[in-house]
Design a protein around this ligand. Structure first.
Ligand code: UGA
Length: 434
C-alpha cells in the first residue's frame, strides 16, 4: 500500500515508520526542510527508544522516504494520513489551523480512490468538517476516516506494533476493510479492530485519555487523604487493585500528570462539552486536582523549610514528565523549578534525557549536572520528579556523603519510608507516613 504521512511529529513519524516496517511504501511529508533533511540522514528529532534504528532500517530498504513535496506524496498515495499538530488554543480547544491548511493544500492532488485518515487528536466533528470541505473543494465525495492513536511516549514502537485495539471511524464498510488490511500484521488474537462512526472514533480518543487522567487525579486525591489520616496509599492501592473491577493500572500517585496529551485532552473535552451547553464537572475537577498536585512537592518543601529557602541548594532528579522521554511539556518539574527560583533557591538538576530541553527555558539559572550524584553535591535537599530507572537503587551512603542536608522529597514513591529513616534521611513521599 502507498501511504503519505503528513506531519513528521511524534505520532506521524512513529506511525509512518511502523507502516513502512510492515512492507508499505510510506512518504513522510513535512514543511520543515531542516527536519526532513536530517531525517533523510537518519537523524530523529525526538528521543523514543527503538525509533532511530527503525527509521534507518526502513529508509535503507527504500520503503520509508522523507519529503517536503506534498503534491508528489499525495498524488502517488492511496492512503493519506493527517498527523499534523493540533496544539491547544487559549480557551483550551484544539487549534486546527495547520490541519485545515493541509486539507486545502492536498485536496487538488488526491487520487480518485484516495482515503484521507486523521491520526491527529482532533475535536469531535473534525472528520465531518474535512469531509464537507473536500466535497466543497473538489465537487465529489472523498473517503475520510478517523484512526485515533493510543501510543505512549517512551513505549510508542511497542504500542504500535502490539496494539490493545485499533479504532477506526468510517462512513463506508469498504474503507474499514482497507484500513483493517493495513493493521492486520500488528493485530494479535483477542486484540480487536473496531469499526465505528467517525464521531465515535474521535470521542474514543478523548474519553480514553480523560478516564486515565481521572484515575490519576483520583488516586492523587486519595493519597493526600491517606497522608492526613495516617494511612499508606500503597497499601490502599493494593487493597483496591485486587478487586478485578478496579485493577492496578494508572493508579500510582505522584506529582501529577504532564505531557502533551492528558492536560490538553482533558481541557479540550471540557471545552467541547461547554460548547454543547453542558457542564463538564468531572473534567474540570480532574484538571484542577492535577494543577494542585503539581505543587505537592512545593507544599512539602514549604512546610519543612518554613518558606525560608533563599540561598539553599536543591537537587532535582528527573525533569521529563515521565521516564523514557525527553519531553518536558507540562512537566511537574517546571512548577518546582519556578518556585525554587522565585524564592531565591538554587536548583541543581539532573535528567538522563531532558536537560537540554530544560536548558532552553532556564539557561544559566540552573546548574545542570552530568550525573544524579553530582546534582547532590552540597545540596540541602533532594526532590524527585521522574521515576527514571537509574534513580530506583542509588548508593544511599554516597548520597548522604554528598548532601549537606539529608532531606528527600520523593514525588514518585521510589523508596520505603522506614528504610529511608534507617538510612538517616528525613523522607517525604506521596500518601505515605512521613
Ligand atoms: C498518553 C496515553 O497513555 C496514551 O494512550 C495516548 O496515546 C497519549 O497520551 C496521547 O494521547 O498521545 P503519554 O502522555 O505518553 O500517553 O504518557 P502516559 O504514560 O500515559 O503518562 C501520562 C502522565 O501520567 C505522566 O505524567 C505520568 O507520570 C502520569 N501517571 C501515569 C501517573 O502519575 N500515575 C500513573 O499511575 C500513571
Amino acid at each position: 500500500m502507498k501511504i503519505a504521512m503528513i506531519g513528521t511529529g511524534y505520532v506521524g513519524l512513529v506511525t509512518g515508520t511502523c507502516f513502512a516496517d510492515s512492507g508499505n511504501e510510506v512518504a513522510c511529508v513535512d514543511i520543515d526542510e531542516t527536519k526532513i533533511a536530517r531525517l533523510r540522514e537518519g537523524k530523529v528529532p525526538i528521543y523514543e527508544p527503538g525509533l532511530t534504528e527503525l527509521v534507518i532500517r526502513n529508509s535503507e530498504s527504500g520503503r520509508l522516504t522523507f519529503t517536503t513535496d506534498l503534491k508528489a506524496a499525495v498524488s502517488s498515495s492511496r492512503i493519506i494520513y493527517l498527523a499534523v499538530g493540533t496544539p491547544p488554543a487559549a480557551d483550551g480547544s484544539a487549534d486546527l489551523t495547520a490541519l485545515k491548511g493541509v486539507v486545502d493544500a492536498m485536496a487538488p492532488h488526491l487520487t480518485a480512490d484516495a482515503i484521507v485518515v486523521t491520526k491527529s487528536t482532533v475535536p469531535v466533528g473534525t472528520n465531518q468538517f474535512i469531509y464537507e470541505r473536500l466535497e466543497e473543494l473538489l465537487g465529489r465525495q472523498v473517503d475520510v476516516a478517523s484512526n485515533p492513536e493510543f501510543l505512549k511516549e517512551g513505549a510508542a514502537i511497542d504500542d504500535f506494533m502490539k496494539p490493545d485495539r485499533v479504532v477506526v471511524g468510517v462512513r463506508r464498510p469498504e474503507v474499514g476493510e482497507v484500513l483493517a488490511e493495513l493493521y492486520r500484521p500488528f493485530l494479535r488474537t483477542d486484540h480487536p479492530f473496531l469499526t465505528m462512526s467517525p464521531q465515535s472514533a474521535e470521542l474514543t480518543k478523548y474519553v480514553a485519555n480523560a478516564l486515565l487522567s481521572t484515575k490519576i487525579s483520583f488516586i492523587n486525591e486519595m493519597a493526600n487523604l491517606c497522608e492526613h489520616m495516617g494511612g499508606d496509599i500503597n497499601d490502599v492501592r493494593r487493597g483496591i487493585g485486587h478487586d478485578s473491577r478496579i485493577g492496578f493500572a494508572f493508579l500510582f500517585p505522584g506529582v501529577g500528570y504532564g505531557g502533551s496529551c492528558f492536560p490538553k485532552d482533558v481541557r479540550a473535552l471540557a471545552s467541547m462539552a461547554r460548547d454543547q451547553g453542558l457542564n463538564p464537572r468531572i473534567m474540570d475537577a480532574v484538571d484542577e486536582v492535577n494543577q494542585h498536585q503539581k505543587t505537592i512537592l512545593v507544599s512539602k518543601i514549604d512546610q519543612h523549610f518554613k518558606t525560608d529557602i533563599a540561598g539553599k541548594r536543591f537537587a532535582i532528579w528527573g525533569l521529563a514528565f515521565k521516564p523514557q522521554t525527553d519531553d518536558i511539556r507540562e512537566a511537574p518539574a517546571l512548577t518546582l523549578i519556578d518556585y525554587l527560583l522565585e524564592n531565591g533557591a538554587l536548583p541543581q538538576v539532573h535528567d538522563p534525557e531532558a536537560s537540554e530541553n530544560i536548558r532552553a527555558i532556564y539557561g544559566s539559572k540552573l546548574i545542570y549536572c552530568e550525573s544524579a550524584m553530582d546534582a547532590l553535591n552540597g545540596a540541602d535537599a533532594l526532590a524527585i520528579n521522574t521515576e527514571w530507572k537509574a534513580y530506583h537503587n542509588p548508593n544511599f551512603e554516597e548520597m548522604r556523603s554528598r548532601m549537606n542536608g539529608h532531606i528527600v522529597f520523593d514525588g514518585r514513591n521510589l523508596y520505603e519510608p522506614e528504610k529511608m529513616v534507617e538510612r538517616g534521611f528525613s523522607y517525604h513521599s506521596i500518601g505515605r507516613p512521613a
